[in-house]
Design a protein around this ligand. Structure first.
Ligand code: BJW
Ligand code: ZN
Length: 252
C-alpha cells in the first residue's frame, strides 16, 4: 500500500527544492514489457552477460551479440512508455531544476516526452564504429522485426570498413566522460535524489545516490524490492514505479 503521508511530505520537499535528480533503471520499463536484467524474470537468468554484454563477447561472436540486440530492439519497439515514464516527464516539466539520468538503453523516457535525459549506458537504437572512428548511426527507423531470427544477415559495417556495434556500454567499458561528469554534478548538487527501479549493483551508476546522500540530499528509493541502496535511503517507497510515481507527481 502506498504511504500517502510520506508522498505528501516528499512532494513538499520536491516543490521547494532548487535541484532534483532522478535516476532510473530497468525496473521502470518492466511494466512496459521490457525485461529487467536481474531477478526471476531478468535477462541474466536466461542469457550470460559474459557472452553478450562485454567487448570480448563481441570480438568472439559479433553475430550472436547482434542477434541478441536485434531481438531486444524488437521487444522495445513493441513497448510503450508507461505511467512511470510519463509521470517523470511531467515532474521534469514542473520542476525546472530536475535532471533525469537513466541506465536504460530503451529510449522510453524520450518517447514519454522527457528532455535532456542522461543515458549513462547508451541507446540501443544507435550503432557505432567498433574501431572508434567516431561514426554513429541512428537505427531507430530500422525495422528490428525484418532481421530478427535471420542468422545469415550480413553484419553491419561502418563506412571506414570496421564493424558497427550497438552504441551501449558493456561490462568493463568506460562510460562517456561528459555524461558521467554531468550525472555526478547533478547528484552532488541536488536536494532530492530519486533512485527508481534499479538494483543499485552496477557501478559507477550505483555510486550516484551515495554521492547525493553524502552531499546532504534526501535519497528516495522507489523499488518493489530491497537493494544494497535501501539502508542508505532516507525514504523508501516500496511499490511499482508505474503506480508510485504518478501518485507522487500528482501531489507536486
Ligand atoms: C521495479 C519494478 C517495478 C522491477 N517498479 N521497481 C565496483 C565494484 C565492483 C565492480 C565494479 C565496480 N566498478 C565497476 C565495476 C565493474 C562493473 C560493475 O559494476 N559490476 C558489478 C555488476 C559488480 N561496471 C562496469 O563494468 C562499468 N564500467 C566501468 O566501471 O568501467 C571502468 C573503466 C574505466 C576506464 C576504462 C575502462 C573501464 C560498465 C557497466 C555497464 C553496464 N551495462 C549494462 C548493459 C547495457 C547495455 C544493454 O542494455 O544491453 O547495463 S549491464 C545492465 O545492468 C545494464 C543496466 O543498465 C545495468 C543496471 O541494471 P538495472 O537497471 O539496475 O536493472 P536490474 O535488472 O539489475 O534491476 C531492476 C530493479 O528494478 C530491481 O531492483 C527490481 O527489484 C526493480 N523492479 N520491477 C520498480 N515495476
Ligand atoms: Zn568506423
Amino acid at each position: 500500500m502506498i504511504d500517502t503521508r510520506a508522498l505528501d511530505q516528499l512532494a513538499e520537499r520536491l516543490r521547494s527544492a532548487r535541484a532534483v535528480a532522478a535516476m532510473t533503471g530497468a525496473g521502470i520499463s518492466a511494466e512496459s514489457g521490457v525485461p529487467t536484467f536481474r531477478g526471476n524474470d531478468g535477462l541474466w537468468r536466461s542469457y550470460s552477460a559474459a557472452d553478450l554484454a562485454t567487448p570480448e563477447a563481441f570480438a568472439r561472436d559479433p553475430g550472436l551479440v547482434w542477434e541478441w540486440y536485434r531481438w531486444r530492439r524488437s521487444l522495445i519497439a513493441r513497448a510503450r512508455p508507461n505511467a512511470g515514464h510519463l509521470a517523470l516527464a511531467r515532474l521534469q516539466s514542473r520542476l525546472p531544476g530536475c535532471t533525469l539520468i537513466t541506465q536504460n538503453v530503451d529510449g522510453l523516457h524520450h518517447r514519454a516526452g522527457s528532455t535532456g535525459v542522461i543515458e549513462l549506458h547508451g541507446n540501443i537504437w544507435r550503432a557505432r564504429c567498433a574501431r572508434g572512428c567516431g561514426f554513429v548511426a541512428d537505427e531507430s527507423r530500422v525495422d528490428p522485426g525484418a532481421a530478427e531470427g535471420d542468422d545469415d544477415q550480413p553484419l553491419p559495417a561502418c563506412p571506414c570498413g570496421a564493424r558497427l556495434r550497438p552504441d551501449v556500454v558493456w561490462f568493463g567499458e568506460a562510460l562517456d566522460e561528459d555524461l558521467i561528469d554531468a550525472a555526478v554534478r547533478a547528484a552532488g548538487s541536488c536536494e532530492v535524489f530519486l533512485a527508481v527501479g534499479t538494483s543499485a549493483l552496477v557501478y559507477p551508476a550505483a555510486g550516484l545516490p551515495l554521492i547525493a546522500g553524502r552531499a546532504g540530499a534526501l535519497v528516495v528509493e522507489v523499488n518493489v524490492d530491497d537493494t544494497p541502496l535501501t539502508p542508505h535511503a532516507g525514504l523508501v517507497l516500496r511499490g511499482k514505479a508505474a503506480e508510485t510515481l504518478p501518485e507522487l507527481e500528482s501531489r507536486v
